[in-house]
Design a protein around this ligand. Structure first.
Ligand code: SF4
Length: 385
């Protein structure tokens, strides 16, 4: 008999499950607290639940996290876990401690079908969506592991970013109950602004997220125009910049006083020139979007054929945006020594879509302006198709 993994349910789903067992819906709140606030998985431990409920749960349900394949700790305190999700697939989550917060970067898919040029996950191809339980299990494990490890009773993880492996908005049905569990005061109680969904720009799902669960939104922009973005973020061919920025505007109507964070990975000679900064300023000004920019030093990996922009160029780019009145930060790289930095999460993926092969075929030499001036591409440094 298959039994339900209770990590798959948000509170509403758990209440419906309790009803099916012939129990009052409010029992779900007690159960939810045991699982998420106390990290319990053994129903016998949940002594304030009626014995009859515990007996039913023992027959019809279980609470099961993901097996940890490896754990790596960086010199800077960052910790990376590799979780087994079966069939030869594994996904990664990363904890990044800072003075005033603890952030967990969570995966939503085994692999990713979007295939962004600068992303290690994208180069691995796509296997499958994670279930709600598999998304939540990363937080469940990390929070309770860290409390024990750091000998703390209070919450350790204050922020979650859906920026691990996968495009979260291409796994929408599993994502939303997972987000609701993160926000629920009977579970992790994270504030809406401390849970961030990062998307490469799945326009229809941005609209749905605004209605269903308007958490903080980060958009992987990476280019100021469609020609270059088509090459770096292939989803742009389906949802070009104008449509994406319109969706960002609509999103903010559901999240007043918020802003969109535009992620911008700095690629040497590709998208890091002063004219790119000026085009970006023009782009966001023309749309009047409330936004901030997060410049990400690229973490190179051989298959990308791309290089990190030199730090002075990153700072000069940031200065141009800042002087135009756009709040701009440069992301500190963390966990470099354990390949846990942004864009380096690779896990283990059985590519079922041949995305990796298609990317390799598409991959051509970057026309680096410093080395090759005769670019046929419309944008300096852009890739050949
Ligand atoms: S950046 Fe995000 S959307 Fe793009 S390939 Fe990587 S995981 Fe997928």
């Amino acid at each position: 008999m298959t039994t339900a993994n209770l990590l798959d349910f948000d509170l509403e789903g758990l209440a419906a499950f309790c009803e099916k067992l012939g129990e009052k819906r409010f029992r779900a709140t007690q159960l939810f607290r045991w699982i998420h606030q106390r990290g319990a998985s053994d129903f016998a431990q949940m002594t304030d639940l009626a014995k009859s409920l515990r007996e039913k749960l023992a027959v019809h349900a279980h609470v099961e996290g993901l097996p940890v394949l490896t754990q790596q700790a960086s010199a800077d305190g960052t910790i990376k876990w590799l979780f087994d999700v079966g069939d030869g697939n594994a996904v990664e989550a990363v904890f990044i401690p800072e003075d005033d917060r603890g952030t967990l970067c969570v995966s939503s898919q085994a692999g990713c079908a979007v295939g962004c040029r600068f992303c290690s996950t994208g180069h691995q191809g796509f296997s499958r969506n994670l279930s709600t339980g598999e998304i939540v299990a990363q937080l469940w494990f990390a929070e309770h592991f860290l409390r024990k490890h750091l000998k703390r009773d209070d919450r350790v993880i204050s922020n979650v970013v859906m920026m691990g492996m996968g495009e979260p908005l291409q796994n929408y049905a599993a994502l939303v109950p997972a987000l609701r569990t993160m926000l629920d005061d009977n579970a992790y109680g994270l504030s809406r602004r401390r849970v961030t969904v990062s998307t490469s720009g799945v326009v229809p799902m941005i609209d749905r997220l605004g209605v269903d669960c308007p958490v903080a939104l980060a958009v992987s922009l990476h280019a100021p125009g469609d020609a270059l973005r088509d090459e770096l973020v292939p989803l742009n061919r389906k949802y070009p910049l104008a449509e994406l920025l319109d969706a960002c505007q609509r999103y903010l109507a559901h999240a007043p006083r918020d802003f969109i964070t535009f992620e911008y990975c700095m690629l040497d000679g590709v998208n890091d020139q002063p004219e790119h900064a000026r085009q970006l300023i023009e782009l966001v000004r023309s749309q009047g979007i409330s936004c901030k920019f997060n410049l990400i030093p690229f973490n190179p990996f051989p298959a990308s054929g791309l290089l990190r922009s030199p730090q002075p160029r990153v700072l000069a780019f940031a200065k141009l945006l800042s002087e135009a009145g756009i709040v701009t930060t440069v992301r500190k790289t963390r966990g470099d020594d354990i390949d846990a930095a942004c864009g380096q999460l690779a896990g283990d993926v059985k590519d079922r879509t041949n995305a990796a092969r298609r990317m390799a075929e598409r991959r051509t030499v970057v026309l680096h302006p410093a080395r090759k001036k005769s670019a046929t591409s419309p944008v300096p440094g852009a890739m050949n198709r």
